[in-house]
Design a binder for this molecule. Structure first.
Ligand code: SAH
Length: 360
């Protein structure tokens, strides 16, 4: 106990301190409380919503963990129309969400790049440039990132999945290079986006030291936004049986993710951190627990119910039978129960982004 408290009190954590804090579950409540204090001081207790639009499950990649990987023949592929995407983005804007997140499988063919560019221009036009737009569409060229930025997107999420190249290569086909992932993340930052990344927590062979290095990677790379969550096996992927008894370890997996979120908040202070849907997949109150451990962003799904089943990255995805209205109502209730407020009609930008730009 004393060692845990001694470390918590420090102003600067060493790598060993971080490893210790994320490895100890016994006193984790103290860690969550400290993270909550830091969050309150640096970003406040408003929770900002980002309306998640899962625009397509068509993917050219074969990531070993992901349910919408190209090699999964057991799902029907869909692609929302331009009108549907724009309508959902406007719904999110009018509902007072800080941004719409356009996420989907990875494609980089000219048709897709044009399609996204046109969607962005339409959303920007219809909302007089006032809607926040975040993209989560994988690795692209500098030209594509720039075109999408100029068309109206201003935030981009690209998880590095793990900062340990060996783990990265273990969970991806040979064609996917860790160095390309990092290069893409740097391009996003260079182009001028508010830049988000993250990792999966609790991957096979991932150690506490790896997770500490993930947090140090976020710090060294001056990241503005973090989205990270527990790894959850999907039955139709090569990693379906990564663990013998995943159901029995689900709560531990969730708590490990919460500790990593908490330490990230304490170290990074003024960034935005998402309380990911994967937390909710492991516990119906998982996202609220994330808020109490230092997260300040939630991404309510605004995709139409009929498409939600087709976009399952992992097993146990929650909210499959909800629609955008019921998702919103359920969330409002449970967030109010945590004592936090929802920052409606505010962009909820990462304060860190403006600090980073100012110091350049
Ligand atoms: N194609 C986009 C969006 C990917 S989906 C891209 O490459 O950025 C968003 C995130 O879901 C991924 O980055 C990954 O971290 C997460 N994810 C995928 N499969 C998962 C699983 N089985 N368990 C937990 N998270 C998973």
């Amino acid at each position: 106990m004393t060692k845990f408290k001694e470390i918590l009190k420090k102003n600067i954590y060493s790598r060993d301190d971080i490893i210790y804090l994320i490895s100890q579950s016994e006193h984790e409540q103290l860690l969550f409380e400290k993270a909550y204090e830091v969050k309150k001081k640096y970003v406040g207790t408003n929770v900002y919503f980002r309306g998640l639009i899962e625009l397509s499950n068509i993917c050219t990649r074969n990531c070993f963990y992901c349910g919408i990987r190209k090699g999964n023949k057991n799902i029907d592929r869909f692609q929302l129309s331009k009108e549907d995407i724009v309508e959902k983005a406007i719904w999110a804007y009018e509902a007072g969400y800080g941004s719409a997140v356009l996420q989907g499988g990875e494609r980089s063919d000219p048709e897709f790049i044009n399609f996204i560019e046109n969607v962005l221009k339409l959303i920007t036009h219809k909302t007089n440039g006032k809607a926040g737009i975040t993209l989560s569409l994988g690795e692209q060229t500098e030209e594509t990132y720039t075109r999408w930025l100029n068309a109206g997107a201003h935030r981009y999420l690209l998880r590095i999945e793990s900062s340990n190249p060996d783990i990265y290569h273990n969970i991806h086909p040979d064609t996917d290079k860790f160095s390309s992932r990092i290069a893409a993340l740097k391009l996003i930052q260079k182009c001028g986006y508010q830049t988000g990344t993250g990792v999966m927590i609790g991957l096979p062979q991932q150690t506490y030291a790896d997770l500490a290095d993930d947090i140090l990677f976020f710090k060294e790379n001056d990241i503005d936004m973090i989205g990270m969550g527990p790894f959850i096996p999907h039955h139709d992927t090569p990693m379906a049986n990564a663990f013998d008894n995943f159901d029995q370890m689900a709560e531990e997996q969730l708590k490990l993710a919460l500790r990593v979120i908490a330490v990230t908040r304490i170290i990074m202070k003024d960034i935005n951190i998402a309380s990911s849907t994967a937390l909710q997949a492991l516990d119906s109150k998982g996202r609220e627990r994330g808020l109490l451990a230092g997260a300040n962003i939630i991404m309510p799904n605004v995709t139409d119910t009929q498409y939600r089943k087709g976009y399952q990255l992992y097993d146990g995805k929650p909210g499959l039978d909800e629609n955008c209205n019921s998702s919103r109502i359920n969330l409002e209730k449970s967030i109010h129960n945590t004592g936090e407020k929802i920052g409606y009609n505010m962009l909820g930008d990462s304060p860190h982004f403006f600090e980073r730009i100012k110091n350049k």
